[in-house]
Ligand binder design. Structure first.
Ligand code: M6R
Length: 609
């Protein structure tokens, strides 16, 4: 949510910053801006719209010269999408200029105080308030002024700050919102995530909460906002550029859908001991005893990760026989939840930065729960805050609509369930058999991907319809929810996902002639019940599109269209049944001419409440 990038070094900053913004654009894309300090002082250019609009403007107005600068791509929180509200924002006295990701919660009170002191504001943003506050406190030392200002604010921030009076200094700080400091030779690149750094260096460290870093071309100093010096933990970034480039694909979403076979093979690599039936998860070893004795599991997440969590609930109860419940993190954190002895909380998040999920995790930890993370981004805040965890290993996900992270999350929750199951009640034979099936999942996904053209043709028939239902039962009820979310978030078609039987309790009133109703109807314990639900839809004129198991001929006679998937044990089936739904959503969005990778109003990681 908002991408920020800063550069201090010896190279011309503008090109490097704009390239960085392009990599971060998936985090927010309603306006963009850049500031560079050069011989002629501080120059700022801002534009409404995508980074391309900023580039066009820079072309018109001329390049910004200098080797130190900062840039921002925005997802609006305070103030409408206008040039005045775009970042960078600056103060009115001291030449302070900053970019910000997050929300300053007490900005109104600070603004009143600053207005009383005579400051004039020209935007509606909380960011300008912070710039003014730093300017107000500035007495010739930018680092101290930033520290002092941050001691006054509440809320979340990742900021990069420069000052015209100190043209060789850059300050960055964070609380809540992520910020990575890349260490090059004679240069530093500060960015919201590693994708804007790896082209320049692989040495980096994530800035910790309440930490401030002062960068000059040959020196780095990290301290707290109380000015206590700290030593950062430098790490090696493992991302390579190919992973974050489109290659031959039209969209990142399509690339990521097609990456799922290799991504899941990576998730499973070295973790399935088929002989003993044991799952090998180094990140959990230390806590194995507590996991085995766990009395209750709460899985918390948002969005697609929540749908994976819901499947995790089925898996943990079914396989590991541990009482499990799922809860939206945004609700959990404010609900005064009861955490008894033996409760384990699992936070599921692709980015590891989702504000609600992070806050729910903190709440659970404060109440004494053991915390686990099921996270994709290595070194992200949630990954660092949890007691233990298992990484997805599916590689960077750039498309705003989550696809490979979903199957990765379900895969890891399956691994955790089997890790616990085998150490609790499950026999080696039963576990081994499931592990063998699990290993086959990537190939089965590959087979579904081979039907992508057929799915596109099928989608063409229904893409003009504005209301869709997605129905499933058991393990595939969350898959139905995920199918609906994918469709609505990128094609703006209204879609609802729900348990198939729930339809009779109200939503059936929506079904009219030709309404597309997608059933997840693969072979499983509730197959016959799903058939009954299909008949109920058909008799009201709905058009049934079924996801069914290869070889199921019965379904052909009652569904208008069928998308076949290979046979998979029911507990593992969502990783396969979701694939046609992802492809359908993708094609629907493309056919409707929507911007698949940057859907309106959305941002990849939601780092504000
Ligand atoms: O990074 P996270 O997994 O925590 O993100 C959670 C949701 O914001 C995310 O899944 C969102 O719903 C996606 N747009 C879904 O495609």
């Amino acid at each position: 949510m908002c991408g920020i990038v800063g550069y201090i070094g010896t190279k011309p900053a503008q090109q490097l910053l704009v390239e960085g913004l392009k990599r971060l654009e998936y985090r927010g894309y309603d306006s963009a801006g850049i500031a560079v300090i050069g011989q002629s002082g501080l120059s700022i250019t801002r534009a409404v719209g995508r980074v391309q609009s900023l580039e066009d403007k820079l072309e018109e107005t001329g390049s910004l010269e200098g080797t130190l600068g900062l840039a921002h791509t925005r997802w609006a929180t305070h103030g409408t999408v206008t040039q005045a509200n775009a970042h960078p924002q600056r103060d009115d006295t001291s030449g302070i200029c900053l970019v910000h990701n997050g929300i300053i919660e007490n900005y109104a009170a600070i603004k009143t105080y600053l207005e009383e002191k005579g400051h004039q504001f020209s935007s509606e943003t909380d960011t300008e308030v912070l710039a003014m506050l730093i300017g107000e406190l500035y007495e010739g030392d930018l680092e101290s002024a930033v520290q002092a200002a941050l001691r006054e604010v509440t809320g979340a921030y990742a900021i990069v700050v420069v000052c015209e009076q100190e043209p060789d200094v850059m300050i960055a700080a964070r609380k809540g919102s992520p910020l990575m400091i890349g260490i090059g030779s004679g240069e530093y690149i500060v960015a919201s995530d590693p994708s804007a750094i790896v082209a320049h260096t692989t040495q980096a460290f994530p800035l910790e909460n309440y930490n401030v870093v002062k960068l000059t071309r040959d020196h780095i100093r990290t301290s707290t906002i109380e000015n206590i010096e700290v030593t950062p933990r430098i790490m090696q970034l493992e991302m390579d550029l190919g992973q974050i480039e489109l290659g031959d694909y039209d969209h990142f979403m399509l690339k990521e859908i097609f990456e799922q076979p290799s991504a899941l093979s990576n998730t499973f690599r070295g973790r399935l001991d088929k002989k003993s039936g044991k799952v090998v998860l180094g990140g959990l070893d230390e806590f194995a005893k507590q996991l085995v004795k766990a009395k209750r599991v709460i899985i918390t997440a948002q969005g697609t990760a929540m749908h994976a969590a819901m499947i995790g609930e089925y898996l943990l109860e079914d396989l590991a026989k541990v009482p499990t419940e799922c809860e939206y993190a945004s609700e959990f954190r404010y609900r005064n939840p009861i955490i008894e002895d033996g409760t384990m909380v699992v936070a599921v998040s692709q980015s590891g930065e989702t504000a609600d999920t992070l806050a729910a995790l903190e709440e659970a930890k404060d109440r004494g729960a053991l915390s686990l993370g099921v996270i994709n981004v290595v070194g992200s805040t949630i990954a660092r805050e949890t007691d233990a965890g298992v990484y997805l290993r599916v590689g960077p996900e750039i498309g705003v609509a989550s696809t490979k992270a979903f199957t990765g999350q379900v895969a890891v929750l399956t691994l955790i369930s089997l890790f616990m199951a085998r150490r609790r009640f499950m026999s080696a034979e039963e576990s081994s058999a499931l592990l063998k099936q699990l290993e086959l999942v990537p190939d089965k996904i590959e087979r579904v991907l081979e039907t992508a053209d057929t799915i596109r043709t099928l989608t063409e028939k229904y893409v003009h319809r504005e209301n869709w239902l997605f129905l499933g039962r058991g393990y595939n009820y969350p898959t139905a929810m995920e199918g609906a979310l994918k469709l609505k978030e990128i094609s703006y078609i209204h879609a609802e996902g729900m348990p198939a039987a729930e339809m009779k309790h109200g939503p059936i009133a929506l079904i009219d002639k030709g309404m597309p109703v997608v059933f997840i109807a693969n072979r499983g314990a509730q197959y016959e019940k799903v058939m009954i639900n299909i008949e109920e839809v058909r008799s009201r004129g709905g058009h049934v599109i079924a996801v069914a198991t290869e070889g199921d001929t019965q379904i052909k006679s009652i569904a208008e269209d069928v998308m076949y998937v290979p046979d998979v044990p029911e507990a593992l089936s969502p990783m396969v049944t979701v694939i046609p739904l992802q492809l359908m959503a993708y094609h629907a969005a493309v056919l409707r001419g929507k911007d698949v990778d940057k859907p309106r109003n959305l941002a990849k990681s939601v780092t504000v409440e």
